[in-house]
Structures are given as structure tokens and as C-alpha cells.
Design a protein around this ligand. Structure first.
Ligand code: DLL
Length: 423
């Protein structure tokens, strides 16, 4: 119902919920409320969502400075669950959920499961990590809400995952796209055909991936592979997901998460179709609310109606992160642009590492790949090298590694290794 209302009705709902949220922030998080009040926020109720574009924004630094719970905004007793992101810089970023927040989270994840093709009564193999990371418990709550049987496999121990998949024949698989390929490879190495699992759908996210990667996964498993997006600062998985009918952008659950795309440099709000940084406002979250939170993720929006019948705005795949992009001899490169070429090459395995090093003052990039067993590795390397040069106009080295030697991911894949002395 919330997914098919008219844009006008939705805007009215968002305004009402946003005004409510601002009041909550002013009451429960006075320091944050004050920062917004200095820009006139909350002086009187918002009448037009476009006014939002002049409000200040929140960043990861705000949440890190608030560690462990200074931005929860409720007494600890009202927090039913803690989750977070591991944090590459030491301390994790923690977020809290009230009982109502957990119910809302389960609801939006259940909607995502329906988007990708799940039906009540089916079975899900959930290979997202359980723990502080939101993937495992997030998918779990949504799957139970929808009425699926959940196998809480969590990440890792791939041989056991394969055993359970073969013996239980679930309808759906949830994990990162790189882990889905790792599972397929493991089965193939053991002379099993991943298609024989009979999977109908896979709900994959938590890391950037490309259309080429989707094609590979759909070919290996013979099922629909759809993208699910989210971040713990907003809720976890469940912010948006692709519908299996169109597979053309991720439907954002706008009744709970208000989305904008901004120019990361100027902060200006961008129009549909323009790539920029996703910014989210939580409209209903009671604990750890965020107002105009800068995600660092690059995507664009599309307000055109979708052929699945939903009227919600769609975001494109995540192209990369603002801090993932690197500059090679003056050319901006996102790892996903290289992934596309590696996977389209045809003679290479769908695993790769991008190693950035420095010679004298210049950055050098080496793409480490593995050739498929029957392939001519040197020919594949030469071809990829040419394609990279054609695409970016700069020299990028390609190195074929021993088959099976590059790291396989069990969760979020780490593709970029930056060995430059100063970045
Ligand atoms: O990764 C939540 C999640 C779990 C999403 C399972 C989907 C499935 P965090 O650990 O807080 O939360 O990391 C959030 O991961 O800002 C993006 O950079 C990246 N990310 C998440 N989903 C996608 C996706 C979870 N579908 C960060 N495509 C986000 C690309 C994604 N990047």
C-alpha cells in the first residue's frame, strides 16, 4: 500500500513524519536539535520538502564522535537492540533500535524480500554475518516477518554452507554478491552444479557490484539475483531493493527514509539521473535518528513509475563510495568500472584485486586477476590491458595470478589495496 500511493500523498506523509521527527530530535537530542535550530529548522513546521535542501547535514564523523551512545536520544532501557558497522578506523559506529524500530526494520526488509520475488512459506538461506553487522539479523527479522523459514547460516565455512544448501534446497539465498560467487565456485570445484540447488532468487548487497556480476551469478545459479541496499546508520539492509520484474533501480522505502542526492563538493541537491552522494533522513526511527545523513555512497535517483506498479523513487546501483574513487594520472576511477571490464572479458574468473602503489611521485595501478582453467592467461591479460587503456586513457598493469590464489570473500569483499605512502 505505502509502495503504491501517489507521489502527492507520499509527500504529505513524509512532511508530517519529518515534522514529528524534528520535534523528537529537539526534545531528545538537544545539542543536535540546536545545530539544526541555528539554521531555522523546527521554528515552524515544514510545509514543502524542498526546504530541506537548506538544512545542515550529518556525517559519519558526528556518529563516531558520539560513540558509544550519545546520539541514541533515549534512555538505555528503551534500547531493545544494538548494531553497528565494524569501523575500519578502530571503534565501531553503534546504532540503537527501540522495539518499534525493530518492527519497522522487519517490515522494510520483508518488503525487500517480496521485491526480489520471495513468497510467504518459502525458505531462506541467510549467509550474511550475524552479530554487530546488520546483514544477518536484519535479513532474519524481515524473513520471519514475511513468514519464511530461515536458515541462520551466517558467513564463512563455505563447505558447510554448500552442504546445507544441497540438503535443504532453500528457495532464496542472502549474502554479499562476492560470497555468492565464492559459494558457486566451491560447488563447481566439488563437481556440483550450482543450478541443481534450485534457488529461485538471491538477495545480494552490502557491497558494490555490477550488471556483469549479476549476469555471472544468475548464470551460475539459474535464479534471479537482485540488489538490496542499506546502512546501519539509517537502519541496516532494507533501505531499498530492486524488484525482480524490472531489475532497473532499487525502490527506496520512502515512507521511512527520505532520500536526496547531492553534489559531494557543493552540497547542492541534484536532479534525477545525476550521479551524486546519497543523503538519507530517517522519518520514523525512534532511536539513533539521522537528519540529512551523508552516506558517502554514489548513485542517482529516478522518479519515473516502474513497471512493477510501485510508485516509490528508485536509486541506481551504488557506483562506488566517495572515498573509494582514486585518481590515476588525473583520471577519476571507481573500482566498479574496472570490475565491469574484468567480468566482461570472458576468459577471467570473477575475482580481482586492485593494487595501488607508488613509483616516484606517480600512482600505479595493477589489476590482479585469475584466468579461467581452460583459458590462455597471457592473451586474456593483454586483451584486458588494452580494454583498460581504451576505457581510461592511462596505463594500467594487469597481472595474472595462480588460479585460486586471490582472496575469496566471505562477506564484504576488499578489492582495493592501497600501498601508496601518502594518499
Ligand atoms: O552493509 C547493510 C546491508 C546488509 C545492506 C546486507 C545490504 C545487505 P553497513 O555495514 O553499515 O551496512 O555498510 C553500509 O555498505 O554505505 C554502502 O557503502 C555499502 N552497501 C550496502 N549495500 C550496498 C549495495 C550494510 N547494495 C555500506 N551496493 C553502505 C553497494 C552497498 N554498496
Amino acid at each position: 500500500m505505502e509502495e503504491t500511493i501517489s507521489p502527492k500523498e507520499r509527500a504529505a506523509l513524509q512532511r508530517e513524519r519529518l515534522n514529528h521527527q524534528i520535534e523528537r530530535v529537539k526534545r531528545n537530542l538537544p545539542a543536535l536539535g540546536h545545530r539544526f535550530a541555528e539554521h531555522g529548522v523546527g521554528r515552524q513546521p515544514l510545509t514543502n520538502l524542498e526546504e530541506l535542501s537548506s538544512w545542515p547535514m550529518m556525517t559519519k564523523a558526528d556518529l563516531m564522535a558520539a560513540y558509544p551512545m550519545a546520539l541514541f536520544g533515549v534512555p538505555r532501557q528503551a534500547v531493545a537492540r544494538l548494531q553497528g558497522s565494524s569501523g575500519t578506523h578502530g571503534k565501531p559506529t553503534l546504532v540503537g533500535y527501540s522495539k518499534d524500530d525493530l518492527a519497522m526494520w522487519a517490515e522494510v526488509v520483508a518488503r525487500c524480500l517480496v521485491l526480489v520475488g520471495a513468497e510467504s512459506g518459502q525458505m531462506l538461506h541467510n549467509a550474511y554475518g550475524y552479530g554487530l553487522f546488520t546483514g544477518g539479523l536484519g535479513l532474519h527479522g524481515g524473513a520471519e516477518r514475511l513468514g519464511l523459514t530461515v536458515m541462520p547460516a551466517s558467513g564463512g565455512v563455505t563447505s558447510r554452507q554448500c552442504l546445507l544448501l544441497e540438503d535443504l534446497r532453500p528457495d532464496g539465498l542472502a549474502c554479499t554478491p562476492s560470497y555468492a560467487l565464492n559459494i558457486a565456485e566451491h560447488l563447481i570445484q566439488n563437481h556440483k552444479d550450482p543450478r541443481h540447488l534450485g534457488l529461485k532468487w538471491a538477495i545480494l548487497g552490502a557491497e558494490p557490484w555490477t550488471e556483469e556480476m549479476r549476469r555471472e551469478i544468475e548464470k551460475e545459479f539459474g535464479c534471479d539475483a537482485c540488489d538490496i541496499y542499506g546502512l546501519s546508520e539509517v537502519i541496516g539492509p532494507g533501505v531499498a531493493a530492486e524488484c525482480h520484474q524490472a531489475k532497473d533501480g532499487l525502490h527506496v522505502h520512502e515512507d521511512h527514509f527520505l532520500v536526496e542526492v547531492i553534489d559531494p563538493k557543493s552540497g547542492q541537491v541534484l536532479a534525477d539521473g545525476e550521479d551524486g552522494e546519497l543523503v538519507f533522513t530517517t522519518l520514523t526511527r525512534q532511536v539513533s535518528p539521522v537528519i540529512r545523513y551523508r552516506t558517502g555512497d554514489i548513485a542517482s535517483l529516478n522518479h519515473e513509475p516502474c513497471r512493477c506498479g510501485r510508485t516509490t523513487v528508485r536509486m541506481s546501483r551504488i557506483k562506488g563510495r566517495v572515498d573509494d574513487m582514486f585518481v590515476l594520472r588525473g583520471v577519476n576511477i571507481f573500482p566498479s568500472e574496472i570490475e565491469r571490464l574484468v567480468l566482461a572479458q570472458g576468459q577471467l574468473a570473477p575475482v580481482y584485486v586492485l593494487r595501488l602503489s607508488q613509483r616516484a611521485a606517480l600512482a600505479e595501478l595493477t589489476v590482479e586477476v585469475e584466468a579461467l582453467p581452460a583459458a590462455d592467461a597471457q592473451a586474456a591479460v593483454r586483451q584486458l590491458q588494452h580494454q583498460l587503456h581504451d576505457a581510461f586513457g592511462v596505463r594500467i598493469a594487469v597481472l595474472a595470478k595462480e588460479p585460486g590464489s586471490l582472496p575469496r570473500s566471505e562477506g564484504k569483499a576488499k578489492r582495493l589495496i592501497d600501498e601508496r605512502t601518502s594518499t
